[in-house]
Design a protein around this ligand. Structure first.
Ligand code: SAM
Length: 244
């Protein structure tokens, strides 16, 4: 049975409730029975092994057997800043980044982004992307549901370098700094990865990011698609930090 995320407010000392869509899924699709085991997660890094005690319309009551730290979270926080790509590539990027262990995803608009979001479209897309993150976290057994933030501008992004031990910008024209070399330069617990859109970054954008504290890194001599680069960089960081 898959792991279910349950709001903290529905988890007591020795009992918990699953409500809504997940409750109906357990009862009607999984056709679970009283006495069956279920693992739930509070979305804050703890799992709870439970037993079903009651099943009613829209609600499943569980008795909690044990609270255990979720071991599916990486030992580093990776924030992905992803330029708005065309069509539904962001859905793919979010799903794979969450499966891999990303901590937070921040979409941004830059000069070569074809897609321009504003107002209602932005909110609708962000809600949809958050649902994709939730589903990917559930499927991959994560201990948190990574937040997908509302899109920011590149200018706002450049002000965020100081939030990280290691703020990295993946630049397709970077000749000197390999990702491997930069990761080996210092210890870090909280890093970010910035990936550009299909058209890449303007030189001026890269210079502005570097002067704001970002380190430009190469992901190798091949030009990766914007939807390939995030997973590539995240995997390299996870491998380097013994999370694989
Ligand atoms: N328009 C660019 C070109 O043709 O050279 C390619 C941009 S690439 C499709 C999209 C983004 O993926 C880039 O902005 C960069 O963030 C990342 N990326 C792709 N290949 C990379 C590489 N070899 N090194 C570093 N970043 C890379």
């Amino acid at each position: 049975m898959p792991k279910f995320f349950v709001e903290r407010g529905n988890i007591g000392e020795d009992f918990a409730f699953i409500r809504g869509e997940d409750a109906n899924h357990i009862a009607k699709v999984l056709r679970a029975r009283i006495g069956e085991q279920v693992v739930i997660c509070d979305g804050e890094g703890s799992d709870y092994s439970c037993e079903i005690t009651e099943i009613s319309a829209g609600e499943v009551k569980l008795s909690i057997n044990e609270k255990i730290p979720c071991n599916a979270e990486p030992n580093v926080n990776i924030t992905l800043f992803m330029a708005l790509p065309k069509s539904d590539k962001m859905d793919y990027v979010i799903q794979k980044a969450v499966e891999l262990g990303v901590y937070k995803i921040v979409p941004f608009s830059s000069s070569r982004c074809v897609v321009k979001l504003n107002g209602g479209a932005e909110e609708k897309k962000t809600n949809r992307w958050q649902k994709i993150a939730h589903a990917a976290a559930k499927q991959s057994g994560r201990g948190i549901v990574p937040e997908v933030c509302a899109p920011i501008t590149f200018r706002e992004l450049t002000k965020r370098a100081g939030d990280f031990d290691l703020p990295l910008l993946c630049y397709e024209c970077e000749e000197d700094n390999s990702l491997k070399a930069v990761l080996s330069e210092k210890e870090f617990k909280n890093l970010c990865i910035v990936v550009g859109p299909e058209g890449g970054f303007d030189r001026a954008e890269v210079e502005s990011a570097i002067s704001s504290g970002f380190k430009s890194v190469s992901l190798g001599k091949r030009i990766l698609r914007c939807e390939t680069a995030p997973g590539c960089a995240i995997c390299a960081v996870l491998y380097h930090t013994d999370n694989m």
